[in-house]
Design a protein around this ligand. Structure first.
Ligand code: PLP
Length: 285
């Protein structure tokens, strides 16, 4: 395997950044995870736009022009011979003597990319659905920035794993679900309406969330973008999570409550199929 680090393609086992990189010292950086299908990145435009926005919000700049970055991405995928998998990309504020304020503008950002095969939900997860646990949302107030500062997400995901669940749904102070640790949260109401939290600083603008919204609209499904509570979710007809790696994965249990009859719902199944067709189409383009 090969990793890209600041202009060089290095053997994965030897690839690293400096001990004083601000990503390591302060989690002062942002990232993207992009699905690869047929050796091609899926929804690349959306990921690039979100990356530029995350950087801008943190007063950072793109480490290279977007077109050059796309070439490096393709090269990393090619050198790792990934057909179906993920590309990981991270930009930090660079390496400099440890001190909280930004380093001088002459300090170059660090750009790292890796790619690997696999990383798709197992067929058992798709067929049987997954469980989620609910946890208090302990993250900062700018969850719309895809920052590498993921400690609360890591703690919550481990809590899910310890409980035998796949994901943790983080809950705000008013009892409303914000999102998963690396996924957006959805429910389907009794009358078949899709519900997901609207975009603001509370959640990450998932690229898959956006694709699901488009696919749902094309399929004539009704969507409401509004917050929902844990209680509403437990009483819902269906629930699911969306992300680059999870696609649209059915949720059949929230804490100790089964959703409906405990089997994946038909609307989630429909969205899963539509999303699979979307990535198959994009991968073949
Ligand atoms: N929410 C959070 C907190 C995430 O970290 C992610 C992805 O990593 C998502 C949602 C889903 O985003 P996407 O669909 O772009 O993968």
């Amino acid at each position: 395997r090969v990793a890209y680090v600041n202009g060089r393609y290095l053997p994965h086992a030897e690839a690293g950044v400096h001990v004083e990189d601000r990503g390591l010292q302060f989690a002062d950086g942002v990232y993207e995870v992009i699905a690869i299908e047929g050796g091609r990145p899926i929804d690349l435009g959306g990921h690039m736009t979100r990356l530029e926005r995350s950087l801008r919000e943190l007063r950072m700049t793109m480490p290279m022009p977007p077109r050059a970055m796309r070439l490096v991405m393709r090269e990393v995928v090619r050198r790792n011979a990934v057909r179906i998998g993920i590309l990981y990309l991270q930009v930090t504020r660079g390496t400099y003597r440890r001190d909280h304020p930004f380093p001088p503008a002459t300090v170059a950002p660090t750009l790292v990319m890796t790619a690997r095969s696999g990383v798709r939900p197992t067929s058992a997860m798709v067929e049987n659905g997954i469980g989620v646990v609910t946890v208090p949302d302990q993250r900062w107030a700018r969850r719309d920035i895809k920052s590498v500062s993921l400690l609360p997400n890591v703690m919550a995901k481990q809590q899910a794993k310890d409980a035998g669940a796949y994901e943790a749904w983080q809950v705000d102070r008013d009892g409303f679900v914000t999102e998963g640790t690396s996924t957006n949260a959805w429910i389907v109401t009794k009358d078949g309406t899709l519900v997901t939290r609207p975009l603001n600083h509370d959640i990450l603008a998932g690229i898959t969330r956006d694709s699901v919204l488009t696919l749902a609209a094309q399929a004539g499904l009704t969507v409401e973008q509004r917050p929902f509570t844990v209680e509403e979710a437990k009483a819902a007809r269906e629930a699911f999570i969306s992300s680059t790696t999870a696609a649209a994965l059915p949720v059949v249990r929230i804490d100790d409550a089964s959703i409906a009859n405990g089997a994946p719902g038909s609307i989630t199944r429909q969205l899963w199929d539509l999303y699979e067709a979307h990535i198959a189409r994009a991968g073949a383009e």
